[in-house]
Ligand binder design. Structure first.
Ligand SMILES: [Zn+2]
Length: 538
C-alpha cells in the first residue's frame, strides 16, 4: 500500500485536480479496485506534504513547545505528540484544512472564487462541472467559504504612521432576530431588496447601527474595526486602535470629541474638520471661484480668504487642536504642507459600503466583524501587492499566507461564534430616548436624531457647553437672554446657562444649528418608498 501511494503521489503532485482524479480512476479500473478512499488519502497526503514544506505545526499548537515526537499515524496521517504537555496533533491541527479531504487545487479554486465574489450556486456549479464534486450542498459550501473569509479576517491589521485620517461609518443591522444559519444560506441567491425596513428610531447613536471605526494613512494602509452597536466611546477607541497607531505625525478627524480627547491624552497633533464645514462656509458667503473671468476669480478668492480667516478666529471651521492657538496664516501653511483633510477616509467609507451592501448578502451583525476584517485584509493586500487579488496565483499566495499565520478556524468555532460587541447601557438608551423626543418637539422636526458629532455621548450638559466655540455660546446667550458679567469668563457663563430654566432647550438649539442635514437619508428613502407604494395602491 505504502509504495503504491508513494509512486502515485510522485506522479500526481503537480497535476490539476480533474486530471489527477481521471488518472486515479483509470488506475482503479485497470486494477479492478475501488479508488474513492485512495483518492481521499492521496489528497490528505499531498496536503500534509505541503503543510510540512510550509513548516506548519513544527511546535506544539497547544503549548508552543518544540519538544515534539512522531507518534504513529492514523488513516495515513502522521501524528505527533508533545513531550511537554502530552498533546497529540497532526500538521492539520488548527489550520483551515483540519478534517477536510479537498485537493489542494480545489482549495485554491474556492479561494479564487471567494475573492471574485462568486455566489454559492456559482461555486457549486464550478465544483460539479470542473471537479466532479456532485451533490455538494449549500451549507457545506457556505461554511467552507466562510471559514476562508474568517481566516483572512483574522490576519493581523497593520500599524499606521505619518498622517492618519480617522472616522466612523455606520452599518444598519439587517437581520434582527433572525440569526439562524439555515435562513441565511437559503437566501444567498435572492438578495432581499434593501427597502422595506423601518427607519431606525435613534439613528447612528442607537443600537440598531453597528459602528465601524476606520483609520487610513498616507500609504493607503488601513485599520477597520467594528467598534460596537451605537456610539463609539473613548475607551473602545483606545483599546482597539492604540496598537495600530505608531506615533502619527497628525491625526485628522471630524468633530467627534472621542478623537480630540484621544489626541490630547496621547499628545498627538490633531487636525479637526467638523462635518458642517461646507455649510458654515456657504452661510457666511463663501463661493466657488469663477472659471471664466480671471478678474472676478481673484476678487472671489480674496473674499473667500477673508471669510475663512474670520470663521477660523471664531473657532467655527477646521483647526489644529494642540499647542494652543495658531494664527490663521500659520495654520493654513501647515494644513497645505501636510495635506490635512479627510478625503482618504471618506473614500474608504464609500468602498466599505459598496462592499457590504453590494457584495455581501444578509449583513447580520454576527458576520459583520468577519466581513469588515476580510475587506480590510484585501484592501491592505492590494496596497502591498499593487493590485486587487483576482487570479489563481493570487489565490494560492493568500492561501499560503493564512496557513502560515495559523489562526483557529474549526467549523465548530465558527458556528459557536457569538457577538461580543459592546452594547449601549440601558441608562444611556433611556437618556437617548428622552432627549431625542425632547429635541423632536423643540425643533419641530419629527425626524430629528442625534449623531456622532453632537457630543451628547454622556448627555452631560456642562461638558457640552464647555466644549463649543465661544462665539456660539455668546450667540445663544443673546438668543435666550442669559445675563452674564461684563468680563467674559467661560465657566461662569456656562454656570449661568445651566441655571436657566430653558437650559435643555438652549443645548438642543445649539446642536440643531450645527446639523448638516435636517433628515437622515434612511428617513428620506423610507418616505419616498411610502410615496411609491401609495401611488401603486391609490
Ligand atoms: Zn504541548
Amino acid at each position: 500500500m505504502k509504495s503504491k501511494l508513494a509512486d502515485l503521489q510522485n506522479h500526481i503532485n503537480s497535476l490539476p485536480y480533474s486530471e489527477f482524479k481521471d488518472m486515479v480512476i483509470r488506475y482503479g479500473y485497470n486494477h479492478q479496485i475501488n479508488v474513492q478512499d485512495d483518492i481521499d488519502v492521496l489528497n490528505s497526503l499531498d496536503l500534509q506534504k505541503r503543510l510540512e514544506k510550509l513548516k506548519i505545526n513544527t511546535k506544539c499548537p497547544k503549548c508552543g513547545s518544540e519538544h515534539v515526537v512522531k507518534n504513529g499515524n492514523r488513516n495515513h496521517i502522521q501524528r505527533f505528540k508533545c513531550k511537554k504537555c502530552e498533546n497529540q496533533f497532526t500538521l492539520f491541527t488548527n489550520t483551515i484544512m483540519e478534517k477536510t479531504k479537498w485537493h489542494w487545487s480545489v482549495w485554491v479554486k474556492v479561494m479564487e472564487m471567494t475573492l471574485n465574489n462568486y455566489s454559492l450556486t456559482g461555486m457549486k456549479s464550478v465544483l460539479e462541472k470542473d471537479y466532479g464534486y456532485v451533490g455538494i450542498n449549500h451549507k457545506t459550501l457556505f461554511l467552507w467559504r466562510h471559514k476562508i473569509i474568517h481566516a483572512m479576517a483574522s490576519m493581523p491589521q497593520p500599524v499606521l504612521s505619518g498622517i492618519v485620517q480617522v472616522d466612523e461609518t455606520f452599518i444598519r443591522e439587517a437581520q434582527k432576530g433572525s440569526r439562524k444559519l439555515e435562513s441565511y444560506i437559503g437566501k444567498d441567491e435572492q438578495r432581499e431588496p434593501r427597502y422595506g425596513y423601518n427607519p431606525s428610531k435613534y439613528g447612528v447613536m442607537g443600537a440598531e447601527f453597528a459602528t465601524v471605526t476606520t483609520a487610513v494613512d498616507n500609504t493607503g494602509h488601513c485599520v477597520c474595526k467594528v467598534t460596537g452597536l451605537g456610539r463609539l466611546t473613548p475607551d473602545v477607541f483606545t483599546d482597539m486602535f492604540e496598537n495600530h497607531l505608531n506615533a502619527p505625525a497628525y491625526i485628522c478627524s471630524d468633530g467627534n470629541s472621542v478623537y480630540r480627547d484621544y489626541c490630547k491624552v496621547q499628545n498627538i497633533p490633531h487636525y479637526e474638520r467638523p462635518s458642517n464645514f461646507m455649510k458654515i462656509l456657504a452661510e457666511h458667503g463663501y463661493v466657488s471661484q469663477s472659471r471664466s473671468d480671471e478678474a472676478i476669480a481673484i476678487k472671489q478668492h480674496q473674499s473667500n480668504e477673508a471669510i475663512q480667516l474670520k470663521l477660523y478666529d471664531k473657532g467655527l471651521i477646521d483647526r489644529l487642536t494642540f499647542n494652543g492657538f495658531l494664527p490663521y496664516a500659520e495654520f493654513k501653511e501647515i494644513k497645505k504642507k501636510n495635506k490635512l483633510n479627510l478625503s482618504r477616509v471618506n473614500q474608504l467609507h464609500g468602498e466599505i459600503k459598496g462592499f457590504i451592501y453590494g457584495n455581501m448578502t444578509n449583513v447580520s451583525t454576527k458576520y459583520l466583524e468577519d466581513y469588515i476584517g476580510y475587506f480590510t485584509f484585501i484592501k491592505n493586500w492590494s496596497v502591498d501587492n499593487g493590485r486587487y487579488p483576482h487570479s489563481k496565483r493570487d489565490a494560492e499566495k493568500i492561501l499560503v499566507e493564512i496557513l502560515k499565520y495559523q489562526g483557529r478556524y474549526t467549523v465548530t468555532e465558527l458556528k459557536a461564534k457569538v457577538l461580543t460587541l459592546p452594547k449601549p447601557s440601558s441608562r444611556y438608551m433611556t437618556l437617548l430616548k428622552t432627549y431625542t423626543k425632547k429635541a423632536q418637539e423643540l425643533t419641530k422636526n419629527k425626524y430629528f436624531k442625534f449623531d456622532e458629532e453632537d457630543r451628547v455621548i454622556s448627555f452631560d450638559k456642562r461638558t457640552y457647553l464647555l466644549d463649543i466655540p465661544e462665539t456660539r455660546i455668546k450667540e445663544a446667550c443673546k438668543e435666550f437672554g442669559v445675563k452674564h458679567k461684563r468680563k467674559w469668563v467661560r465657566w461662569a457663563v456656562v454656570s449661568e446657562m445651566l441655571k436657566h430654566p430653558k437650559a435643555t432647550e438652549i443645548i438642543i438649539y445649539l446642536i440643531n444649528q450645527d446639523k448638516v442635514m435636517k433628515m437622515y437619508k434612511e428617513d428620506i428613502d423610507y418616505l419616498n418608498q411610502q410615496r411609491y407604494k401609495d401611488s401603486l395602491t391609490g
